[in-house]
Every structure is written in structure tokens, then in C-alpha cells.
Design a binder for this molecule. Structure first.
Ligand code: PLP
Length: 391
């Protein structure tokens, strides 16, 4: 018998991939499936990015690159952070990683061990909790509440910090709720964190460019007081419709960048070379495609929210960021995961049950509106009809 480490008794995964597999299987059998389950833009990567990667291959960029990423890309990330957040950073603190997810993997691995606490949003991206559990650290959920428009509460977050807390994970704009934490609340949180100088902060800002209704995204990077313990997670997947390229970047403080680099060298040596050239073109080229995508998501957001609120027993707050709607379905009488499963199997609409995002997820389902307006309208009609027929 093989004896793998105990962490594997605790590690979880992302149910969105299981739902995607089931939706694909049903579609292959000829069923008409609308997938509002997986969180990825339905757009193609902009052409100039694809061309840059193809050119890199043709130009012979076939070998290893520096472990932290090619210098022009790290410089472009630093310039991009300056443009968007007005903060000067050193490209030597940037790490290019194979997907945004990898930054959380590294950060949680760096701080998690038995006897320590890691705070993470609940509901939240499922990999936070999974990885915390894997390391043996105690996962401490920070409640993200509907009545608070799915923003972090500074007071509640700070109240959970103890002398065992090593890492606090923040995410705004948020998956699965679409919540955006407002400036005043972030300022209060940062003020409170100044009393806890030994707590590292992982700010997952992968949806940083997707906010609506003129709502600003406030990057944790803009707060100098915590910059020496801030790990910033961002990347290309959502912003540039590049989920399959597996390209992400992170910014690490001086005390952590070399540890992160070493983990990377142990795990993947360097990120796919031509993809790095594609990512460079994404940051240095025209940003119109990003603006067009966000405008399109905005329109679909309205259709999704209006459609959900027109269904008996369903109530949906207007999400202010990302591309998810997170309706409350408690008044339908259905349990979230049963409803999500029945919608897929019987109505041909893939969604994700709230409990896949945490213990506070019961009573909610997540819909990704990164799909065509026509498909969204049809999916909402099917959901409404299904609930009418199956109260
Ligand atoms: N962080 C959040 C909150 C996400 O929703 C996702 C993807 O769904 C990621 C990180 C990971 O992004 P990537 O595909 O670049 O690994």
C-alpha cells in the first residue's frame, strides 16, 4: 500500500470542472446545453495577442526563459500596475506564473502548516479552502454577506484575526458573488491590519478590470502601509479571454519574492515561452478589446439580473464586478446543489450550487453571464419554466 501525505484526505477541487465535464458529456449525447457554469469569457483571445505568440514560436523562442519570466514581460506588468493603480513597483518583485491560481497555491503553501490560521472569503473561490486544508492549517471563513452586497466587512474580518493568523485572503471583485468591496471598507480594513504586522495579505484581483456602474476597483497595492506583506494576484485569463493559455502574474514583497521564485523553479522551471510573448502583446497593445468585452458583459449582467428577478422565489442583487450573478433561491424551497443538478439534467442549463463556494453558500446558485445574450435569455426562460413546473 502506498502512503501519500495526510493532506490528500483534505484537499478539495473545483466543482465547476465536474459540471463542465457533465455538460460536455450531455452535449456530446445530443442534448442542448447552455453552460452558465464555468467562469470563462466566451470571447476569443484578441488577434494581436495570438499573432504575437505565433510570431514568438516562428522567431525561435522555444527554450526555457528566466524562472521569473522574461524581463520585458515583468517590466510590462510593472508598467501596467503603474498605469492602473498609480503605484511604482520593481519588475524584480514580479513573478510570471502558469495561471492566476498558481499564485494562491504558492502563497498558501508558503504560510500554511498545522497550528496556524488562514482567513479566506466564504463564499469564495473553492481553491482557497482546499489548499489551506491541504497544508494542515486551519481554514477560517470570513463571511461574505448578501445584506452587505457581498462586500468584505472590515470589522468582521478584523475580529477573526488572532495570534495564530498567518495569512488573510481577500478577493474583490469577487467570485462567486460579483461583490466589490468599496473604498471606505478597504481603508478601514487596512487601518485595522496595521495593528497586525505579522499577518500577510493575499489580494486576489483577477477581476480587477471588470467593474460596472462606474464602481472603482480599489487595489490593495495602493496602500503603502501593508505593501511589505502584500501578495498581489492578477493575470490574463479573464481580462484578455486567455483562460486556456495559463498565464498569470503576481507581485511579491522583497521578503517573499525569492521564496516564490524557488517554489516555481522546483515546480515548473518557467512559464511557456511563446505564451509569455502573447501576454506581453496583451499588456503593451491596444486595450480596446478589453473595454469592448467589459461593455458586453455589462449588458448581459442587466439581462441576467432582470431575468432572475422575474422568476418566482428568486432574488438577485445587482453584481458590481466580475461576470457572475449569485441569486438567492431560498424562497423556491430547493436546496442549491439539487437545483443546480436538476437544472443541468432536466432543463439543460449548467450552473453551480452555492455550497461549492463555502459553508455560507446554501440558498444560492452561481450563474456566469460570460455567454451570449441569446443563450442567457433562453437559459433564464428554462430556469423559470423548470421552477414553475417543479415548485
Ligand atoms: N481567482 C479567482 C477569484 C478566480 O475566479 C479564478 C478563476 O476562476 C482564478 C483566481 C484563477 O484564474 P486562472 O485561470 O488564471 O488560474
Amino acid at each position: 500500500m502506498l502512503h501519500t501525505i495526510a493532506g490528500f484526505d483534505r484537499i478539495g477541487e473545483e466543482n465547476a470542472f465536474a459540471v463542465l465535464a457533465r455538460a460536455t458529456e450531455l452535449a456530446a449525447k445530443g442534448r442542448d446545453i447552455i453552460n452558465l457554469g464555468i467562469g470563462q469569457p466566451d470571447f476569443k483571445t484578441p488577434e494581436h495577442i495570438v499573432e504575437a505568440a505565433v510570431k514568438a514560436l516562428r522567431d525561435g523562442h522555444h527554450g526555457y526563459t528566466p524562472a521569473t519570466g522574461i524581463a520585458p514581460l515583468r517590466e510590462a506588468v510593472s508598467a501596467d500596475l503603474h498605469t492602473r493603480h498609480g503605484v511604482a513597483t520593481d519588475p524584480d518583485n514580479v513573478l510570471i506564473v502558469p495561471g492566476g491560481k498558481v499564485t494562491m497555491f504558492l502563497a498558501i503553501l508558503m504560510f500554511g502548516e498545522p497550528g496556524v490560521d488562514i482567513l479566506y472569503p466564504d463564499p469564495g473561490f473553492p481553491i482557497y479552502r482546499s489548499m489551506i486544508e491541504f497544508t494542515g492549517a486551519l481554514p477560517v471563513p470570513v463571511p461574505i454577506r448578501e445584506e452587505n452586497d457581498f462586500a468584505f466587512s472590515a470589522e468582521e474580518t478584523l475580529s477573526l484575526i488572532t495570534d495564530r493568523t498567518r495569512l488573510l485572503i481577500l478577493n474583490s471583485p469577487a467570485n462567486p458573488t460579483g461583490g466589490v468591496t468599496p473604498r471606505a471598507e478597504i481603508e478601514k480594513l487596512v487601518q485595522g491590519l496595521e495593528r497586525h504586522p505579522d499577518v500577510a495579505i493575499l489580494s486576489d484581483e483577477i477581476y480587477s478590470q471588470m467593474t460596472y456602474d462606474g464602481i472603482e476597483h480599489v487595489s490593495l497595492l495602493t496602500f503603502e502601509a501593508i505593501r511589505d506583506r502584500l501578495i498581489l494576484l492578477d493575470g490574463w485569463s479573464k481580462t484578455y479571454a486567455m483562460t486556456g493559455w495559463r498565464m498569470g502574474f503576481s507581485l511579491w514583497p522583497d521578503s517573499l519574492i525569492d521564496k516564490a521564485r524557488k517554489l516555481g523553479v522546483n515546480a515548473w522551471s518557467c512559464v511557456n515561452a511563446p505564451a509569455q510573448y502573447g501576454a506581453l502583446a496583451a499588456l503593451t497593445g491596444p486595450q480596446t478589446a478589453v473595454q469592448d468585452m467589459v461593455r458586453e458583459f455589462d449588458g448581459r449582467r442587466q439581462v441576467t439580473v432582470d431575468g432572475l428577478n422575474a422568476i418566482d422565489g428568486v432574488g438577485c442583487r445587482t453584481p458590481l464586478g466580475a461576470f457572475y450573478a449569485y441569486p438567492n433561491i431560498k424562497a423556491t424551497g430547493w436546496k442549491s446543489k439539487e437545483l443546480a443538478s436538476a437544472l443541468l439534467e432536466e432543463a439543460g442549463v449548467a450552473t453551480i450550487g452555492g455550497p461549492d463556494f463555502g459553508v455560507l453558500g446554501e440558498g444560492y446558485i452561481r450563474l456566469s453571464y460570460a455567454n451570449s445574450t441569446k443563450n442567457i435569455e433562453e437559459a433564464l426562460k428554462r430556469i423559470g419554466d423548470f421552477l414553475d413546473e417543479n415548485p
